[in-house]
Every structure is written in structure tokens, then in C-alpha cells.
Write a protein that binds this ligand. Sequence first.
Ligand code: ZN
Length: 228
Amino acid sequence: MFEYQLKKSARRKTVAIKVHNQQVTVYAPSYIAKKQIDSWLLEKKTWVDAQLLKQLTVVDCKQYPFETKKICIYSEQVNVQFEQGHYSGVKPQLAGLLITVSKRVKHQQLKYQKLLEEYLKEQLTAYIEMRLTYFCTQMNEALPRNLNIAIYKRKWGSCNSKRDLTFNLHLIGAPQHIIDYVIVHELAHLRHLNHSKAFWQRVEIFYPDHKSASQWLKINGMSLQWGF
Ligand SMILES: [Zn+2]
């Protein structure tokens, strides 16, 4: 049998159960004996258990990691708030980002993570696309075949002989001039698929301050990685 709080009232004519916040409350007319209530509740046990289980899932999901967290977008701290609602989506607000996950979604945490990643990916893609166009013109380079965004543990970007460029999603936390360095670095790889002297000379022409940018990434790189 489950625990419950009994609320008797002289005005009540019927017995009722309410399950809220993991609490079971039984409302009963004052003349009914506790024994009677208990045997009635026994019949309702399956229903009450189902309600408790349903609420447990929701309560669990509201806890970690759903308190406000801070992430970095282009070197600025942004508050990310979570709420449950009737739909799923991300809304930029004055105070940061509001992530709404529909109550109907089963894996609340996964959905929350996915929504945040998709939003950041969109932001980073838009920025990189714009800068790729600019630097390709500067470097007299045709646009890459594909632009991908992925989560890497140990590198900021990559480039292959098919002219596919991939950038690390965690770059979204870096200042834009640092992202520019990674773009120039990868574009220079289109002609030199190595880190030869010729490669670095090409980087230097289009991003003269590459040493301090690369140093910045070495020092701050770890702090750009977020976890859930
Ligand atoms: Zn490289």
C-alpha cells in the first residue's frame, strides 16, 4: 500500500484521490472509517501507482541538467533556460536562450541537448558560410564542396582532398576572429594537405596573426567544450 495524506471533511459526500508532486491525498467524508478508505484504496492501487510513475518521470527530467546553465557564444556568456511546454523549440530572448521541450517527448534530456546543438550548429554554419565566401574570394579559391559541422574532441577543423571542410561545433564559443583563423587554416589545406612551410606561408598571407590565434586555441580550447 502507498502512503497518503487523509483529508476529511464533514461537507464531502464522496471519496476522491489526488496524486500531485509524488504525493497522494485522499479526500473523504468525515464519517468514513480509515479501514474502509484503505480497502477502497487497495482497489485503486494500480491507478495510483501508474500516476506516481508517470509523475516520477516528469519530476526527474525537471532536475539536472535543466536548471539555467551558461554557455558561450562567440566568447559571450549566454544563459540557457529550460521549460516544458506544448511544443519543442529554441527561442532567443533578451536574457539568453529559452529551450522548450514538449511534454509529450519521452527523453526530455536528449531532446533538450539536440535542440541546443541544432541551434548552435545553425548559428555557426551561418557565420562560417559568410566568412568562407569572403576568404575564398581573398584567397582566389573556389568554394569548398561541402561544409560540415561536427563535434570533435581534438581538432578544430578538417579538410580532405574532395574539398569537404568540417568545423568543430565547439568553435561557437570562440571569438569570431579565432574562428576566422580556423577557416583560413582549413582553406589553405585545399592547396597543401599538410603542415609544410608552404602551407604556413599561405596561412600567413591571409591571416598574419595566426600564431597568436593558434596559441589562443591551445590555452582556451578545453574551456570551449561543453558537456551535458
Ligand atoms: Zn591543419
